[in-house]
Design a protein around this ligand. Structure first.
Ligand code: ADP
Ligand code: MG
Length: 384
């Protein structure tokens, strides 16, 4: 997957720089099967890398500058490597420039490089095009710089780029799965220990497919609400006397219900029950019981909608339409307030799910959703 896309990005590199790239690297976007808003609570997540990639054609260049082009975004950038740091770069270039900075912080000497980016992970749909861009850049620059860093290290550096140079306070899930994803698998990740386990997700053999319903509603309100939910989780952990909500149990929540109040109790309850649902989902996958995931997906969505209050009318409509069309299960994925829902669907019913979602959106007066199937795929790699 992706090999046929090497030609165009390499040609674009030649056009802009007048020479051949030294290589072409790629990293995927992701869906999160279950485990939403658990990553900043030291909890569990179960994402899968997908068959949507950001490619980076790259070559070294003397002179200490980083030149960046994207076939999807403007403007190009021409930056002095030594001048890159938190707050110095805006726009899309902050992602690859941030990665170069983070590698520099880790002692990787670049000397200068040219990068041309070409991606088909839709930006801002909740499929983590940002992590795909960071991880493709990180693998490219680490290879070119002769860095001795493993994939988890690179994921950590990609996250630093997003947190410190782009300025988005995200967890490490997206970068870990973009780096470590494996075809036919989901990645069970403990965000406290960063322990990662590949869990089989043999959709095709089970006659299932994974459908993404992009509401096209953007992430309205998401920044303020995300910060609010993080703060609520921290406050709840303090009330409960635990380091993070990862350490809380249903019994503990019950004991402190009055002190937590509302919405504190509901926020904490989402995290505690969602962590339990991830563990239950992992058990089902280990046992090969994919078709029993439905109730967990439904409970996750209800919890995000009612307790955590991060869904949206569009996401609820997408989930309800998918289930009504016969999906095994469906839920919102990503931070919420827009973005995408995922549905686990018998392959024969995928068309019906798409039709039902489009009809339901039209009936509700929403703009048309974008519906596509995605395939659990390999993580970051060199393509050429
Ligand atoms: P998501 O990660 O859910 O797609 P984000 O807002 O976190 O949404 O990241 C999207 C941003 O990533 C875009 O606005 C753009 O700056 C950058 N980006 C993603 N893909 C590309 C690309 N192919 N070329 C340039 N920039 C990209
Ligand atoms: Mg992102």
């Amino acid at each position: 997957m992706g090999a046929d896309r090497v030609g165009p990005v390499a040609a674009a590199f030649r056009e802009r720089t007048g020479r051949d790239p030294e290589g072409v690297w790629a990293a995927p976007g992701r869906v999160n099967l279950i485990g939403e808003h658990t990553d900043y609570n030291d909890g569990f997540v179960l994402p899968a890398a997908i068959d949507r990639l950001v490619l980076v054609a790259a070559g070294r260049r003397a002179g200490g500058r980083l030149r960046l082009w994207s076939l999807q975004a403007e403007p190009p950038a021409d930056l002095e490597l030594a001048g890159i740091g938190p707050g110095t770069v805006g726009g899309w270039a902050a992602y690859p420039a941030g990665v170069a900075w983070a590698l520099g912080q880790a002692g990787v000497e670049l000397g200068g490089a040219d990068l041309v980016v070409d991606g088909d992970v839709p930006a801002g749909s909740g499929l983590s095009s940002s992590a795909a861009l960071e991880c493709a850049t990180a693998t490219a620059l680490a290879d070119l710089g002769g860095a001795d860093l493993d994939r988890a290290d690179l994921a950590g550096l990609a996250r630093r780029a997003e947190n410190e140079v782009v300025g988005v306070p995200s967890g490490v899930m997206d970068q870990m799965v973009s780096m470590l994803g494996r075809a036919g698998h989901a990645l069970f990740l403990d965000t406290r220990s960063l322990g990662a386990e590949q869990v089989p997700l043999p959709l095709e053999a089970a006659g299932l497919c994974l459908v993404v319903i992009d509401t096209r509603a953007g992430h309205r309100l998401v920044d303020g609400a995300y910060a609010d939910r993080r703060a609520a989780c921290q406050a709840a952990a303090a009330v409960l006397g635990v380091p993070a909500l990862r350490d809380a149990t249903p019994a503990l929540l019950e004991r402190y219900a009055t002190a937590l109040g509302d919405p504190g109790l509901r926020r904490a309850r989402h995290v505690v029950t969602e962590n339990a649902r991830v563990l239950a989902a992992v058990e089902l996958l280990r046992a090969g019981d994919l078709d029993r995931l439905g109730p967990l997906l439904a409970a996750s969505h209800a919890s995000l909608r009612d307790d955590y209050e991060v869904s949206s009318p569009e996401l609820d409509t997408a989930v309800e339409a998918a289930v009504a069309a016969g999906a095994v299960g469906a839920r919102m994925t990503g931070a919420g307030f827009g973005g995408s829902a995922i549905a686990l669907v018998e392959t024969a019913l995928a068309g019906r799910v798409a039709d039902r979602a489009r009809d339901a959106f039209a009936a509700a007066g929403f703009g048309p959703p974008q519906v596509t199937a995605v395939v659990p795929s390999d993580g970051a790699r060199r393509l050429a």
